[in-house]
Design a protein around this ligand. Structure first.
Ligand SMILES: [Zn+2]
Length: 232
């Protein structure tokens, strides 16, 4: 949706030209010139891989947060597991994108989801991000079941924080911000879908995503059910 947000390589290039370097959430963060690149993967793992490749070409590192209990995608499918593996092999960090509303008990739900990721991908989760977090989590320094999270004050209050949630930068474009002009450190949350699919609006991007998913589901069913034949 470059029409609204700009294109992703240009965005990264602006940060590089301004002297920014990327950090992970577990790194010490200074007040200036550091960029925490974060991606919450709400809809499509393959689109995440596309952003990871762009960052890799620029020599930048990001943290990719995946859902494990969403209807959007199955992280354990061979296609999605491969995407996660390739993203990791490029040197990016992997975190859990956690939806607390999926569980009666937040702490035990979180531990179960972390175990699924760690057991299946042989990795150690050191950071989680919350999917559509309630206000109580924003700027809250308490770890959740012992796990650090991206809404801690150090990441959203002590440094600048910009997000493209819903397909737009609701609080202004980060490159137009006074924090960027002063080269202040920043957490930048972007969702791959807004930067990789065509569309002049969020509605159009999502319609394209649904069409693509529909075709993929047809193909999958035709391969697994001999009595189904997709309509031309
Ligand atoms: Zn999310």
């Amino acid at each position: 949706m470059a029409e609204l947000l700009g294109d992703y390589p240009s965005l990264l290039n602006s940060f590089i030209e301004a002297g920014y370097t990327t950090r992970f959430f577990s790194d010490p963060i200074s007040r200036s010139h550091q960029l925490l690149l974060r991606h919450d993967i709400d809809f499509d793992c393959h689109l995440a891989e596309k952003l990871a490749e762009i960052e890799h070409e620029f020599g930048l590192k990001a943290t990719y947060f995946f859902l494990v209990s969403s209807d959007s995608y199955n992280l354990l499918s061979s296609k999605n597991a491969s995407s996660l593996g390739r993203i990791r092999n490029m040197g990016h960090n992997i975190g859990l994108h956690f939806d607390p509303t999926r569980h009666k008990d937040t702490e035990s739900g979180l531990k179960k989801e972390i175990a699924i990721m760690e057991d299946n991908f042989d990795l150690k989760i050191d950071i989680i991000s919350l999917h559509r977090p309630s206000e109580t989590y924003i700027g809250n320094d308490q770890p959740i079941a012992g796990y650090d999270h991206t809404y801690r004050s150090e990441f959203v209050k002590k440094i600048a924080y910009y997000s493209d949630s819903g397909g737009s930068f609701k609080f202004g474009h980060p490159l137009d911000s006074c924090e960027f002009h002063q080269r202040k450190s920043m957490q930048l949350l972007t969702h791959p879908i807004w930067w990789t699919l065509k569309g002049y609006s969020a509605q159009e991007v999502m319609e394209n995503h649904i069409t693509n998913n529909h075709k993929a589901l047809q193909l999958h069913i035709s391969k697994n059910c001999k009595s189904y034949h997709p309509k031309a």
